[in-house]
Design a protein around this ligand. Structure first.
Ligand code: FES
Length: 319
Protein backbone atom coordinates (compact mmCIF):
# COMPACT_ATOMS: atom_id res chain seq x y z
CA UNK A 1 0.00 0.00 0.00
CA UNK A 2 1.52 3.33 -1.07
CA UNK A 3 1.86 5.95 1.68
CA UNK A 4 2.94 9.53 1.11
CA UNK A 5 3.28 12.78 2.96
CA UNK A 6 0.69 15.55 2.92
CA UNK A 7 0.54 19.02 4.40
CA UNK A 8 -2.49 20.24 6.33
CA UNK A 9 -3.67 23.33 4.46
CA UNK A 10 -6.83 24.11 6.43
CA UNK A 11 -8.59 22.91 9.59
CA UNK A 12 -12.24 23.86 10.11
CA UNK A 13 -14.56 23.20 13.04
CA UNK A 14 -17.60 21.89 11.23
CA UNK A 15 -19.49 21.12 14.46
CA UNK A 16 -18.55 20.98 18.13
CA UNK A 17 -17.02 17.52 17.60
CA UNK A 18 -16.28 17.30 13.87
CA UNK A 19 -13.28 18.93 12.25
CA UNK A 20 -12.45 18.92 8.56
CA UNK A 21 -8.87 18.78 7.32
CA UNK A 22 -7.88 20.01 3.87
CA UNK A 23 -4.75 18.20 2.71
CA UNK A 24 -2.27 18.93 -0.05
CA UNK A 25 0.64 16.82 -1.19
CA UNK A 26 3.80 17.79 0.66
CA UNK A 27 5.79 17.70 -2.59
CA UNK A 28 3.39 20.21 -4.21
CA UNK A 29 2.29 17.77 -6.92
CA UNK A 30 -1.43 17.30 -7.65
CA UNK A 31 -3.23 14.26 -6.26
CA UNK A 32 -5.18 13.70 -9.44
CA UNK A 33 -8.80 12.50 -9.34
CA UNK A 34 -9.97 9.72 -7.00
CA UNK A 35 -12.90 7.29 -7.23
CA UNK A 36 -16.07 8.67 -5.60
CA UNK A 37 -16.77 7.06 -2.23
CA UNK A 38 -13.10 6.27 -1.60
CA UNK A 39 -11.33 6.48 1.73
CA UNK A 40 -7.72 6.95 2.78
CA UNK A 41 -5.67 5.78 5.72
CA UNK A 42 -4.22 8.59 7.81
CA UNK A 43 -1.36 8.04 10.21
CA UNK A 44 -1.93 10.61 12.95
CA UNK A 45 0.58 12.26 15.26
CA UNK A 46 0.48 9.30 17.67
CA UNK A 47 1.23 6.87 14.81
CA UNK A 48 -2.32 5.48 15.01
CA UNK A 49 -3.68 4.60 11.58
CA UNK A 50 -7.35 5.17 10.81
CA UNK A 51 -9.54 5.25 7.71
CA UNK A 52 -11.41 8.39 6.70
CA UNK A 53 -13.63 8.94 3.68
CA UNK A 54 -12.69 11.67 1.27
CA UNK A 55 -15.38 14.30 0.90
CA UNK A 56 -13.86 16.79 -1.51
CA UNK A 57 -14.98 16.76 -5.17
CA UNK A 58 -13.36 13.59 -6.63
CA UNK A 59 -12.21 15.51 -9.72
CA UNK A 60 -10.44 18.21 -7.67
CA UNK A 61 -6.80 17.37 -8.42
CA UNK A 62 -5.21 19.52 -5.73
CA UNK A 63 -7.00 18.92 -2.43
CA UNK A 64 -8.26 16.05 -0.34
CA UNK A 65 -10.72 16.87 2.44
CA UNK A 66 -11.57 14.50 5.28
CA UNK A 67 -13.89 15.04 8.23
CA UNK A 68 -12.95 13.56 11.58
CA UNK A 69 -15.47 13.09 14.37
CA UNK A 70 -13.99 13.16 17.86
CA UNK A 71 -14.96 9.75 19.20
CA UNK A 72 -15.72 9.62 22.92
CA UNK A 73 -13.77 6.36 23.21
CA UNK A 74 -10.90 7.48 20.96
CA UNK A 75 -7.81 5.34 21.41
CA UNK A 76 -5.57 8.04 19.95
CA UNK A 77 -6.90 8.27 16.38
CA UNK A 78 -9.53 11.01 16.25
CA UNK A 79 -8.41 12.65 19.52
CA UNK A 80 -4.85 13.15 18.28
CA UNK A 81 -6.05 14.59 14.98
CA UNK A 82 -8.41 16.97 16.81
CA UNK A 83 -6.01 18.05 19.53
CA UNK A 84 -2.61 18.05 17.89
CA UNK A 85 -2.95 18.68 14.16
CA UNK A 86 -2.77 22.26 12.92
CA UNK A 87 -2.32 24.03 9.60
CA UNK A 88 1.18 23.40 8.29
CA UNK A 89 1.61 20.02 10.00
CA UNK A 90 2.55 16.98 7.94
CA UNK A 91 0.68 13.68 7.99
CA UNK A 92 1.15 10.42 6.17
CA UNK A 93 -1.73 9.08 4.10
CA UNK A 94 -2.39 6.16 1.77
CA UNK A 95 -3.58 6.31 -1.78
CA UNK A 96 -7.41 6.24 -1.91
CA UNK A 97 -9.17 2.88 -1.87
CA UNK A 98 -12.73 2.33 -2.85
CA UNK A 99 -15.18 -0.20 -1.49
CA UNK A 100 -18.27 1.83 -2.30
CA UNK A 101 -18.26 2.10 -6.10
CA UNK A 102 -21.01 3.88 -7.96
CA UNK A 103 -23.07 1.29 -9.82
CA UNK A 104 -23.37 1.73 -13.60
CA UNK A 105 -26.75 1.61 -15.31
CA UNK A 106 -28.91 2.64 -12.34
CA UNK A 107 -32.10 4.57 -13.06
CA UNK A 108 -31.52 6.47 -9.82
CA UNK A 109 -29.12 6.52 -6.90
CA UNK A 110 -30.37 7.20 -3.37
CA UNK A 111 -27.70 8.16 -0.86
CA UNK A 112 -28.77 7.72 2.76
CA UNK A 113 -26.38 8.97 5.43
CA UNK A 114 -26.51 9.34 9.18
CA UNK A 115 -24.17 11.55 11.16
CA UNK A 116 -20.52 11.48 10.08
CA UNK A 117 -21.53 8.79 7.57
CA UNK A 118 -22.36 11.67 5.24
CA UNK A 119 -18.72 12.01 4.20
CA UNK A 120 -18.46 9.27 1.54
CA UNK A 121 -21.92 10.27 0.30
CA UNK A 122 -20.69 13.79 -0.39
CA UNK A 123 -18.01 12.62 -2.81
CA UNK A 124 -20.48 10.25 -4.48
CA UNK A 125 -22.98 13.11 -4.80
CA UNK A 126 -20.34 15.38 -6.37
CA UNK A 127 -19.56 12.62 -8.86
CA UNK A 128 -23.20 11.82 -9.71
CA UNK A 129 -23.91 15.52 -10.17
CA UNK A 130 -20.92 15.93 -12.49
CA UNK A 131 -21.92 12.97 -14.68
CA UNK A 132 -25.55 14.10 -14.64
CA UNK A 133 -27.06 11.00 -13.01
CA UNK A 134 -30.38 10.97 -11.18
CA UNK A 135 -29.79 11.03 -7.41
CA UNK A 136 -30.94 12.25 -4.00
CA UNK A 137 -28.93 12.63 -0.82
CA UNK A 138 -30.83 12.12 2.46
CA UNK A 139 -28.94 13.22 5.54
CA UNK A 140 -30.11 12.12 9.02
CA UNK A 141 -28.68 13.72 12.17
CA UNK A 142 -29.78 14.48 15.71
CA UNK A 143 -29.86 18.22 15.01
CA UNK A 144 -28.63 20.74 12.48
CA UNK A 145 -25.93 21.84 14.94
CA UNK A 146 -24.56 18.30 15.04
CA UNK A 147 -24.62 17.89 11.25
CA UNK A 148 -21.47 18.81 9.34
CA UNK A 149 -21.43 20.41 5.88
CA UNK A 150 -25.09 21.57 5.83
CA UNK A 151 -24.29 24.96 4.27
CA UNK A 152 -21.85 23.43 1.82
CA UNK A 153 -24.39 20.86 0.71
CA UNK A 154 -27.32 23.25 0.39
CA UNK A 155 -25.62 26.41 -0.88
CA UNK A 156 -22.22 25.67 -2.39
CA UNK A 157 -22.26 22.12 -3.76
CA UNK A 158 -24.21 22.88 -6.92
CA UNK A 159 -26.71 20.09 -6.08
CA UNK A 160 -28.50 21.63 -3.08
CA UNK A 161 -31.92 20.86 -4.60
CA UNK A 162 -31.12 17.14 -4.35
CA UNK A 163 -30.20 17.27 -0.66
CA UNK A 164 -32.80 16.51 2.00
CA UNK A 165 -32.20 16.93 5.73
CA UNK A 166 -33.94 14.78 8.35
CA UNK A 167 -32.93 16.23 11.69
CA UNK A 168 -34.17 15.45 15.20
CA UNK A 169 -36.21 12.35 14.38
CA UNK A 170 -36.98 9.97 17.20
CA UNK A 171 -35.62 6.49 16.56
CA UNK A 172 -39.10 5.03 16.06
CA UNK A 173 -39.89 7.72 13.47
CA UNK A 174 -36.99 6.70 11.25
CA UNK A 175 -38.56 3.63 9.55
CA UNK A 176 -41.53 5.62 8.24
CA UNK A 177 -39.28 8.39 6.90
CA UNK A 178 -36.88 5.88 5.38
CA UNK A 179 -39.89 4.12 3.87
CA UNK A 180 -41.02 7.28 2.10
CA UNK A 181 -37.45 8.15 1.03
CA UNK A 182 -37.04 4.71 -0.53
CA UNK A 183 -40.60 4.37 -1.88
CA UNK A 184 -39.77 5.62 -5.42
CA UNK A 185 -37.14 2.89 -5.95
CA UNK A 186 -37.39 0.55 -8.93
CA UNK A 187 -35.59 -2.75 -9.42
CA UNK A 188 -32.73 -0.95 -11.19
CA UNK A 189 -32.22 1.66 -8.45
CA UNK A 190 -29.18 1.61 -6.19
CA UNK A 191 -29.00 2.68 -2.55
CA UNK A 192 -25.81 3.67 -0.75
CA UNK A 193 -25.75 4.06 2.99
CA UNK A 194 -23.27 4.98 5.67
CA UNK A 195 -23.88 5.56 9.36
CA UNK A 196 -24.32 3.58 12.56
CA UNK A 197 -24.75 -0.18 12.08
CA UNK A 198 -28.40 -0.26 13.18
CA UNK A 199 -29.26 2.61 10.85
CA UNK A 200 -27.63 0.91 7.87
CA UNK A 201 -29.42 -2.34 8.65
CA UNK A 202 -32.77 -0.51 8.70
CA UNK A 203 -31.96 1.09 5.34
CA UNK A 204 -30.97 -2.28 3.92
CA UNK A 205 -34.10 -3.99 5.23
CA UNK A 206 -36.45 -1.36 3.82
CA UNK A 207 -34.63 -1.05 0.49
CA UNK A 208 -34.35 -4.82 0.05
CA UNK A 209 -38.13 -5.06 -0.13
CA UNK A 210 -37.90 -3.39 -3.55
CA UNK A 211 -34.37 -3.88 -4.88
CA UNK A 212 -31.92 -6.76 -4.87
CA UNK A 213 -29.65 -6.98 -1.84
CA UNK A 214 -26.62 -6.37 -4.05
CA UNK A 215 -28.12 -3.00 -5.07
CA UNK A 216 -27.74 -1.81 -1.47
CA UNK A 217 -24.20 -0.60 -0.87
CA UNK A 218 -23.02 -0.26 2.70
CA UNK A 219 -19.95 1.60 3.91
CA UNK A 220 -18.76 0.27 7.26
CA UNK A 221 -16.78 2.64 9.46
CA UNK A 222 -16.46 0.25 12.37
CA UNK A 223 -16.33 -3.48 12.74
CA UNK A 224 -19.73 -4.92 13.59
CA UNK A 225 -20.63 -7.47 16.21
CA UNK A 226 -17.73 -9.64 17.21
CA UNK A 227 -17.89 -13.09 15.65
CA UNK A 228 -18.24 -16.00 18.02
CA UNK A 229 -14.79 -17.60 17.94
CA UNK A 230 -15.49 -20.41 20.40
CA UNK A 231 -16.01 -22.93 17.63
CA UNK A 232 -12.92 -21.89 15.63
CA UNK A 233 -10.73 -24.75 14.45
CA UNK A 234 -7.23 -24.80 12.93
CA UNK A 235 -6.90 -25.04 9.15
CA UNK A 236 -4.16 -24.98 6.53
CA UNK A 237 -3.28 -22.31 4.04
CA UNK A 238 -1.39 -23.13 0.89
CA UNK A 239 0.47 -20.31 -0.84
CA UNK A 240 3.01 -20.75 -3.64
CA UNK A 241 3.23 -24.51 -2.94
CA UNK A 242 4.04 -23.99 0.75
CA UNK A 243 1.56 -25.04 3.44
CA UNK A 244 1.09 -23.19 6.74
CA UNK A 245 -1.09 -24.12 9.70
CA UNK A 246 -3.41 -21.38 10.96
CA UNK A 247 -4.11 -22.17 14.63
CA UNK A 248 -7.06 -20.97 16.68
CA UNK A 249 -6.40 -17.41 17.83
CA UNK A 250 -4.23 -16.40 14.86
CA UNK A 251 -5.27 -14.92 11.55
CA UNK A 252 -4.05 -15.91 8.09
CA UNK A 253 -2.24 -12.56 7.90
CA UNK A 254 -0.43 -13.21 11.19
CA UNK A 255 0.61 -16.73 10.19
CA UNK A 256 1.93 -15.55 6.84
CA UNK A 257 3.80 -12.68 8.55
CA UNK A 258 5.36 -15.20 10.97
CA UNK A 259 6.68 -16.96 7.89
CA UNK A 260 8.11 -13.84 6.28
CA UNK A 261 5.19 -13.17 3.91
CA UNK A 262 3.82 -9.66 4.27
CA UNK A 263 0.20 -9.09 3.30
CA UNK A 264 -0.76 -5.41 3.14
CA UNK A 265 -3.19 -4.55 5.93
CA UNK A 266 -4.82 -1.46 7.31
CA UNK A 267 -7.82 -1.87 9.63
CA UNK A 268 -7.16 -5.52 10.59
CA UNK A 269 -10.89 -5.68 11.42
CA UNK A 270 -12.37 -6.81 8.11
CA UNK A 271 -13.71 -3.45 7.06
CA UNK A 272 -11.20 -1.83 4.70
CA UNK A 273 -10.41 -4.56 2.13
CA UNK A 274 -6.66 -3.93 2.05
CA UNK A 275 -5.74 -7.51 2.95
CA UNK A 276 -7.93 -9.25 0.37
CA UNK A 277 -6.26 -12.28 -1.20
CA UNK A 278 -7.37 -14.54 -4.03
CA UNK A 279 -8.82 -17.97 -3.22
CA UNK A 280 -7.84 -20.73 -5.65
CA UNK A 281 -9.22 -23.64 -3.64
CA UNK A 282 -11.13 -24.47 -0.47
CA UNK A 283 -14.07 -22.73 1.15
CA UNK A 284 -13.58 -19.49 3.09
CA UNK A 285 -15.49 -18.69 6.26
CA UNK A 286 -16.11 -15.01 5.48
CA UNK A 287 -16.08 -12.78 8.55
CA UNK A 288 -15.44 -9.42 6.96
CA UNK A 289 -17.75 -6.53 6.26
CA UNK A 290 -15.93 -5.22 3.23
CA UNK A 291 -17.07 -7.66 0.53
CA UNK A 292 -20.60 -7.78 -0.86
CA UNK A 293 -22.78 -10.87 -0.45
CA UNK A 294 -22.23 -11.85 -4.07
CA UNK A 295 -18.45 -11.46 -3.70
CA UNK A 296 -18.61 -13.71 -0.65
CA UNK A 297 -20.75 -16.27 -2.46
CA UNK A 298 -18.21 -16.41 -5.30
CA UNK A 299 -15.64 -17.67 -2.76
CA UNK A 300 -12.72 -16.51 -4.87
CA UNK A 301 -11.47 -13.81 -2.47
CA UNK A 302 -10.89 -13.61 1.25
CA UNK A 303 -10.20 -10.83 3.76
CA UNK A 304 -7.20 -12.54 5.30
CA UNK A 305 -7.08 -10.42 8.47
CA UNK A 306 -10.31 -11.85 9.91
CA UNK A 307 -11.77 -14.63 7.75
CA UNK A 308 -11.03 -18.30 8.29
CA UNK A 309 -11.86 -21.56 6.50
CA UNK A 310 -14.79 -23.96 6.41
CA UNK A 311 -12.64 -26.51 4.59
CA UNK A 312 -9.46 -28.11 5.99
CA UNK A 313 -7.27 -26.15 3.57
CA UNK A 314 -7.46 -22.91 1.60
CA UNK A 315 -5.23 -22.37 -1.42
CA UNK A 316 -4.54 -18.65 -1.70
CA UNK A 317 -2.75 -16.19 -3.94
CA UNK A 318 -1.47 -12.71 -3.25
CA UNK A 319 -2.95 -9.94 -5.39
S1 FES B 1 -6.88 -5.19 6.78
FE1 FES B 1 -8.78 -4.21 6.52
S2 FES B 1 -10.06 -5.83 5.83
FE2 FES B 1 -8.23 -6.82 6.36
Amino acid sequence: MGMFKVRVAEVLEETSNIKSFRLKRADGAPFGPYPAGAHIDIVGPTAVLRQYSLCSPPDDPDDYVVAVKLEAASRGGSAALHDQVEVGHQLEISTPRNLLSVAPGADQHVLVAAGIGVTPMISIAYHLHRIDEEFELHYFARSREEAAFCDLLKDRSGFGDRVFFHFGLARDEQPAVLGSVLAPLTSSSHVYTCGPQGFMERVKEIASAVIAEDNVHIEHFQAGEATDTDSDTPFEVELDDEVYEVPVGKSIVQVLADNGIEVDTSCKEGICGTCIMGVLGGQPDHRDQCMSNSEKKANDQIAACVSRAKSPRLTLELF
